[in-house]
Unconditional design. Structure first.
Length: 168
């Protein structure tokens, strides 16, 4: 069995996950690092060496899909935004869930607190996410499958209970 937990615990509940930057706000991007000239040439015109250490780390598909599903289920994105990222009945399940707006919170925007996943076979991931909004904590489960084009698609979505109509 290959069960994995991701995203370390946050020091303050209700804040954004570490490493997330909002480029639309002032100060949302990191300042540019200066490049240095090569010392081996007299003119210094050839070759600059970037000061950044290496390539950026690619986010896991579980992290991306948890954020995407949260945006739809909290009402910040329309359901059709996930159309090309779903397969099978997952889009219908997502539309049914989003219709009720289960993760809409008054005052605080819901955030993904923790993500865990299980790999039942290569090309399939079953994941869960803990969603926090203020002092509320909800659970979301989803399944991802990799298609022949090597793109991940969501094939099932559930929120904190059995499928079907729930009394509210």
């Amino acid at each position: 069995m290959h069960k994995v937990m991701t995203r370390a615990a946050q020091s303050r509940p209700g804040t954004r996950p570490p490493g997330r930057r909002d480029t639309r706000r002032p100060g949302g991007t990191a300042p540019r690092t200066p490049t240095t000239r090569s010392a081996g040439t007299a003119s210094g015109a050839t070759g600059t060496v970037p000061a950044a250490p290496g390539p950026a780390r690619q986010p896991r598909p579980t992290d991306l899909f948890a954020d995407r599903l949260l945006a739809v289920l909290s009402g910040h994105r329309p359901v059709h935004w996930m159309l090309r990222h779903t397969a099978g009945r997952a889009y219908d399940e997502l539309a049914r869930l989003a219709e009720r707006g289960p993760l809409r919170a008054r005052g605080t925007r819901p955030v993904v607190r923790d993500i865990g996943y299980f790999v039942p076979r290569p090309g399939a991931i079953e994941a869960f996410a803990r969603i926090g909004a203020g002092d509320q904590l909800r659970a979301m489960a989803f399944r991802l499958e990799q298609g022949p084009d090597l793109r991940w698609r969501c094939t099932a979505v559930e929120l904190g209970g059995p499928r079907g109509a729930r009394a509210e």
